[in-house]
Design a protein. Structure first.
Length: 524
């Protein structure tokens, strides 16, 4: 008996040393990372140099170029999840950029990325034991809390870095995420199968964690594999239509039906079917009620690629139509600090003075991530308490510091309501900068808080905008404010906001600098 007890003790010690613990009478792997020698465990990039450039400068420029080719669009609600492709950048990045362009100006604590394993077969769900994942653009920290939550919630979840170490489906998303989000944590999950039971259990565990945190969900998937160009377009359009219903079962039924049609060379209709169904289920539990297809293309759209065997790529966004999009609002995590505010105010004043004095555009050099990230802003000029010019942008189409420079010059010289500012007026100019959050479509005027929200109205190709300061300064009621917005700013009937015109809201962070005073001899 003593020898048997000693054997049991030895076996338990071996299990504990190997990271195995016993839970409810069955073996479970411990999900707490234990770095060797106190050093963080970093998963190196596996497909840099093949799927995307290995050189950091080249990669950063390429990602920025893809994003710059996409026009920003207004959000119809709170962004909950994205569905994005994962092929080599030359094929799928132009499509993926349509999804990632939506993230500019937003902030999330954690990105939950769900992918399929292409190279290592396994059952259940593979989590990572690494502390960070690396790309040429730097390291992304793993959300160990989220990893532990899933490990404890899912009996079939385990640490399986052997699967992650050679897999590209999640890795290729990181350079885009690093570019548009900057600082965030990652929870990477690989699925071993796409059964409804697996998708449902994983979706529930993800949603449980996401409810108490700032989380973005991502499903990584390509679409049809290897049919002709024409067949790919047909198959992929049907699959995307199924995804737009946000019904995971409809997606499964559609892919089964499409494969049963025996389309020549069609190997799969959706290679990440499990991740897509999981994210659809989780997003619905988190309140998402609208899916929008952002872009579709296939490899045959790349110059020089034959149309005989192609792969399809789609980008889809899942939104929650009601409620604030907290990720898009200025907060303690993404608001500009006083030094950054003063930097922008200085650029605005210097740009106006240089352009008014010599018609030269101010050159700006900046390396602060908060100021070089694309941003929308208005610049308002006053003199002696009276408006002297106001011009801005609603879409983040350029780095924020360049947007401020350009709008400052335009406010001083191109506001059609006023003559251009003259050199003699420069000492009297006061400058206010309003940095905008992304636009959010509202379902009714009842959602508008006029003391906090800026407003945009759109109808028939006409658009008008009021900053939040308008309501604060005029004291108008919401109805009066909306009527004046339609009539005075958009050239629409005053009641257009009651008759189907689209209404968007946004928030601003505003800061100002007074006109410079004349210096005395003692101050000089």
């Amino acid at each position: 008996m003593k020898s048997r007890a000693r054997l049991v003790v030895i076996m338990l010690a071996i299990l504990l040393a190997a990271g195995i613990v016993v839970v409810r009478g069955r073996p479970r792997q411990a999900f707490t990372s234990t770095p060797a020698h106190g050093q963080p465990v970093v998963r190196p990039a596996a497909v840099a140099g093949t799927f995307y450039p290995a050189d950091a400068s080249e990669l950063g420029a390429e990602v920025q170029q893809y994003l710059a080719q996409v026009e920003s669009s207004a959000s119809p609600g709170a962004l909950v999840a994205l569905i994005v492709p994962h092929a080599g950048y030359m094929y799928s990045a132009p499509v993926a950029a349509y999804a990632y362009r939506l993230l500019e100006g937003r902030s999330y604590d954690t990105v939950v990325a769900v992918g399929s394993s292409h190279r290592v077969p396994f059952t259940g769900f593979a989590l990572t034991g690494a502390d960070a994942w690396a790309t040429p653009l730097g390291r992304v920290q793993i959300d160990r809390e989220a990893c532990d939550h899933l490990g404890e919630s899912l009996p079939d979840a385990r640490l399986l870095d052997a699967a992650h170490s050679v897999e590209h489906s999640i890795e290729v998303q990181l350079p885009f995420l690093q570019t548009v989000l900057g600082d965030f944590r990652l929870l990477p999950i690989l699925m071993g199968d796409d059964s409804r039971e697996s998708c449902s259990s994983l979706a529930q565990a993800i949603a449980e964690y996401a409810r108490g945190h700032s989380v973005l969900l991502i499903a990584s998937t390509d679409m049809s594999h290897y049919p002709s160009y024409e067949d790919a377009v047909r198959v992929d359009r049907e699959t995307l239509a199924a995804i737009e219903t946000m019904e995971a079962d409809r997606v499964a039924e559609t892919t089964r039906r499409l494969l049963a049609e025996n389309t020549p060379n069609l190997g799969t209709a959706l290679c990440g079917e499990g991740p897509v169904k999981t994210v659809l289920m989780a997003a619905r539990q988190l309140g998402a009620d609208q899916a929008r297809v952002l872009r579709y293309a296939n490899s045959g759209d790349v110059p020089g690629v034959p149309h005989t065997r192609v792969v399809g790529y789609g980008a889809v966004a899942l939104y929650r139509a009601s409620g604030e999009d907290e990720s898009a609002q200025p907060s303690a995590g993404n608001a500009l600090n006083p030094a950054q505010q003063q930097r922008l105010l200085g650029v605005a004043r210097d740009a106006i003075e240089q352009y008014v004095g010599s018609r030269q555009r101010l050159a700006v050099e900046e390396n602060d991530p908060a100021l070089v990230r694309p941003g929308a802003a208005f610049v308002t000029l006053t003199s002696g308490g009276r408006l002297r010019g106001c011009i801005g942008s609603l879409e983040p189409s350029a780095p924020l510091i360049e947007t401020v420079r350009n709008r400052a010059i335009q406010a001083a010289t191109q506001d059609s309501r006023f003559p251009p500012v003259q050199v003699a007026e420069l000492p009297e100019l006061e400058i206010e900068i309003s940095v905008l959050s992304p636009l959010r479509l509202v379902g009714s005027a009842e959602e508008i808080d006029i003391q906090r929200h800026g407003l945009v109205v759109e109808s028939g190709g006409r658009r008008g905008v009021f900053l939040p300061q308008v309501a604060q300064e005029t004291g108008w009621s919401r109805d009066v404010l909306l009527s004046r917005l339609c009539q005075d700013k958009a050239g629409l009937p005053a009641d257009a906001w009651r008759r189907g015109a689209r209404l968007y809201v946004f928030t601003v962070q505003s800061f100002s600098s007074p006109a410079p005073r004349e210096q005395t001899h003692e101050q000089q």
